[in-house]
Design a protein around this ligand. Structure first.
Ligand code: DOR
Ligand code: ZN
Length: 345
């Protein structure tokens, strides 16, 4: 009999479902094993107001094949957000927050924010109505070294959290020890999501012994000292750190290209990848906090009695998925993971 672990159905607090041909595939890859998932708003036509957020919610909900799955949507921060988007949105359990992309930092972020101080009026409304701010925390100066962009963004977060002490702020997909330290020092209203790739990869895994396009994401994976700090934060069970895969599908020909897209598709396998890392660290007892309880408490999410069981039995990640006439290569394609999903209860 192999070892088993059962937890409440997890929440993925950061995922990209895209639009068009990818939507159905991406939604169901997540919906199969998650209770909630927070859909990022960086579509080609970004989700820039409350009305568009509800339209996107409906699109996601209508393609989901799993009744246990409860999607959550976000609005993309621009100077055009109105107070009514926030006052009404904050009361709507389908909308979880507003996502700040510094203009140009990543995929479909050209409509993002130039000067963050110009958004302070909007942050004031968000603080007043208690609508969380989700942040892609990298400076957007193209001359700044790509490995320093997250660390240098922390000054912005210090200003935001000092000026709006009651605003809930989530530092998304943290990639540095500096980000871990910042979140630990901050109030309980500041949290961070952690991806599987930032727990298990360092920059050698991206760049040494051949360039690995399927390990390329933003923020880019960093030195070992950073990977270790992020992994330890996740394994600690600290309530300010929770699961957010940042699963971000791009077609194979857009990844394996002379100018490859940033993004790692992990939706269908992220849970067992995290679980293997927790197991190796002797932290299986903290896995449920990281993947369910911490996010449920931080965001006051609806609870579920549904559970998922994993068994310690080897599982091989499939080489690719067909989507229409295109292919998506998953994170850790063809590699063996020591845990697999046993059953959902
Ligand atoms: O690697 C990434 N991919 N990072 C992001 O911030 C965006 C995402 C995407 O949308 O492809
Ligand atoms: Zn993302």
């Amino acid at each position: 009999m192999s070892e088993l672990i059962t937890i409440k159905l997890p929440n993925d607090m950061h995922v990209h479902f895209r639009e068009g041909n990818l939507l159905d595939f991406a939604v169901n890859a997540t919906a199969e094993h998650f209770h909630h998932a927070v859909a990022m708003p960086n579509l080609k036509d970004p989700v820039t107001n409350y009305k568009k957020a509800l339209e996107y919610f409906d699109q996601i909900d209508s393609v989901s094949r799993y009744s246990h799955f409860k999607p959550l949507v976000t609005m993309y921060l621009t100077g055009d957000i109105k107070e009514i988007d926030i006052s009404e949105g904050a009361l709507d359990p389908r909308l979880i927050g507003i996502k700040l992309y510094p203009a140009g930092v990543t995929t479909n972020s050209s409509n993002g924010v130039g000067n963050i101080k110009d958004c302070y009026k909007i942050f004031e409304w968000m603080e007043k109505y208690d609508l969380p701010l989700l942040v892609h925390g990298e400076v957007n100066n193209p001359e700044t070294d790509i490995f320093d962009r997250e660390k240098l963004f922390i000054d912005e977060l210090i200003s935001i959290t000092q000026n709006f002490p009651k605003l809930r702020v989530i530092f998304e997909h943290i990639s540095t020890k500096d980000a871990v330290d910042f979140v630990k020092k901050s109030s309980d209203l500041v949290a961070a999501t952690i991806t599987p790739q930032h727990i298990i990869l360092n920059r050698n895994d991206l760049l040494s012994g051949g360039l690995k396009p399927h390990h390329y994401c933003l923020p880019v994976v960093k030195r070992e000292i950073h990977r270790k700090a992020i992994a330890e934060a996740a394994f600690s069970g600290n309530k300010s750190f929770f699961l957010g895969t940042d699963s971000a599908p791009h077609y194979k020909n857009q990844k394996q290209s002379s100018c490859g897209c940033a993004g790692i598709f992990s939706a269908s396998t992220a849970l067992v990848i995290y679980l293997e890392a927790f197991d190796k660290a002797g932290a299986l007892d903290k896995f449920e906090d990281f993947s369910v309880n911490n996010s449920t408490n931080f965001y006051n999410l609806v609870k579920t009695d549904k559970k998922i069981t994993f068994k310690k039995e080897q599982f091989e990640v499939q080489p690719s998925y067909a989507v229409g006439d295109q292919e998506i290569i998953p994170f850790m394609a063809n590699q063996k993971i020591s845990w697999s999903v046993a059953k959902e209860l």
